[in-house]
Write a protein that binds this ligand. Structure first.
Ligand code: DX5
Ligand code: ZN
Length: 212
């Protein structure tokens, strides 16, 4: 089974994003994971619409936007216009996940739903036929460089068992060359990794170690 690698730019050099994006492109990354935080849903603030707009101009990689924000529905159109290809929102951040999924699809993008470490997988079973991707967080969202929470990985086979064949199951948080294998052996087929890739001496080798 092929794995979609989505390097998280959160640990890249923000003063030289183009350089870092080209490195992961050359190393075989398929997507770019862009972490958007609002200081409300998570206790941190990162980047937003103008940065996605600029990144869109310099790469053809799939822009995988992970919204860790309240009221994600208000930001679907701006991120779509900026060039996002896929938007993942948090189940915990919304009242009506089905409405947000439908808004993302109406904007012409792929839709993902994410659950935090303390959210049961059962909460999202009813949406598995509507979304394109489920993001299982393997750390508390908010910061890069945290340790993988092993218990979260047990959600992967539960979701996989209920999901249609085409559903992408992505993991995010504490992914390295060891934890990636745990996740893919349980059924994950998309890996997000930030610090493991961008803090590496050899970014190319780090990416390749996740793909093989
Ligand atoms: C955390 C973000 C992640 C983060 C992962 O809230 O959603 O995408 O960048 O960073 P690492 O790979 O360092 O755990
Ligand atoms: Zn993320």
């Amino acid at each position: 089974m092929s794995v979609i690698l989505s390097p998280s730019l959160l640990s890249a050099n923000f003063a030289n994003l183009e350089h870092d994006i080209k490195l992961v492109e050359e190393a075989g990354a398929d997507w770019l994971h862009i972490d958007v935080m609002d200081g409300h849903f998570v206790p941190n603030i990162t980047i937003g619409i103008p940065v996605v707009n600029s990144i869109r101009k310099i790469t053809n990689l799939v822009l995988d936007v992970h919204l860790m924000i309240e009221n994600p529905a208000n930001f679907i159109t701006p991120f779509a216009k900026a060039g996002a290809d896929l938007i993942t929102f948090h189940y915990e951040a919304v009242e009506e996940p089905a409405e947000v999924i439908s808004l993302i699809h109406k904007a012409g993008l792929k839709a993902g739903i994410s659950i935090k470490p303390n959210t049961e997988p059962e909460s999202i079973y009813q949406y598995l036929n509507d979304v394109d991707l489920v993001l299982v967080m393997t750390v508390e969202p908010g910061f890069g460089g945290q340790s993988f929470i092993h218990e979260c990985a047990s959600k992967i086979p539960l979701i996989k068992e209920k999901a249609p064949e085409k559903l992408i199951i992505q993991v995010d948080g504490g992914i390295n060359n060891v934890t990636s294998k745990i996740c893919t052996s349980l059924g994950a087929n998309s890996l997000v990794a930030g610090s493991y890739i961008f803090n590496a001496e050899d970014i190319d080798a780090a990416c390749r170690s996740l793909l093989h």
